[in-house]
Design a protein around this ligand. Structure first.
Ligand code: PEP
Ligand code: MN
Length: 278
């Protein structure tokens, strides 16, 4: 991958992306929250629940890139104001998607991390804009994209002077229909060979199945992922977007009780293995 002047592994020590007091790239960073911001009550209740369960950041879309133009498109500015309230109350930094280059500068006033969704991974105008926004960027892998194409998109952001890119594997399209996408977990160690940037896993959109979110979260941690981004809704049955795959706060609490000890165990065994090598 000779075109990666800034993203290539050999260019740099591993990048730690600082978001307030959260360090993405050190330990396991868990981002949780609803697919979309629907109301103040829904967002604040979910924010309190994910905070209590031990999440590090809150997610929630105010702009939703929907497959159908008639589906709920998000609350826009009103949604961002609700997210601001959630941050104020819980202290959790906010991760939210931006879909239009014209919105980047003002969305950045509300967001702690700007998310670029799978459908916009190669929207080069948008990538250049978030490269200038002065906020960390969560760059999801395009559902039809190779690792090389994905890293070139990270390069777009880096080359605009923004060093804070977090990669997110969210599943790719294959012939398999049982799952919504196919989670490419080999991307985790492969990305670590290729770049110094942190990588997190989205077990929600990659599987699209409630029953698979917990096992794939553990598998992501075992593969060495730097974090997870998981959809949680205070009342999944009433969710306006991705209702079938939203976890209840109780289910999310169960996953946290599983992944934190697993990560601590693996970190301990890696340190032990390194100590024995020297
Ligand atoms: C999301 O995380 O809200 C989302 C729309 O995900 P993706 O872009 O991966 O489909
Ligand atoms: Mn969703």
């Amino acid at each position: 991958m000779k075109n990666l002047k800034l993203a290539a592994r050999e260019q740099k020590e591993r990048t730690i992306v600082n978001v307030g007091s959260v360090e993405v790239g050190r330990g396991l960073t868990v981002i949780a929250g609803p697919c979309s911001v629907e109301s103040e009550a829904q967002t604040l209740e979910t924010a309190r629940a994910v905070k209590a369960a031990g999440a590090d950041m809150m997610r929630g879309g105010a702009f939703k890139p929907r497959t159908s133009p008639y589906a709920f498109q998000g609350l826009g500015l009103e949604g961002l104001k609700i997210l601001e309230k959630a941050r104020k109350e819980t202290g959790l930094p906010i991760v939210t998607e931006v879909i239009d280059p014209r919105d980047v500068s003002w969305v950045a006033e509300f967001a702690d991390v700007l998310q670029i969704g799978t459908r916009n991974m190669q929207n080069f105008a948008l990538l250049k804009e978030v490269g200038k926004a002065g906020r960390p960027v969560l760059l999801k892998r395009g559902m039809y994209s190779t690792l090389e194409e994905w890293l070139n998109c990270a390069e777009y952001v880096l080359s605009e002077g923004n060093p804070d890119v977090i990669l997110c594997e969210r599943g790719i399209r294959t012939f398999e229909k049982y799952t919504r996408n196919t989670l490419d977990l080999s991307a985790v160690p492969a990305i670590k060979e290729l770049t110094h940037l942190p990588i997190i896993i989205d077990p929600t959109h990659s599987t699209g199945r409630l029953s698979l979110i917990s096992p794939m979260s553990s598998a992501a941690v075992a593969a060495g992922a730097d974090g997870l981004i998981i959809e949680v809704h205070n009342q999944p049955e009433n969710a306006l977007c991705d209702a079938d795959q939203a976890l209840t706060p109780e289910m999310f609490t169960g996953i946290m009780a599983q992944v934190r000890p697993l990560q601590a165990f693996l970190e301990g065994s890696r340190s032990l293995a390194e100590a024995q090598r020297f």
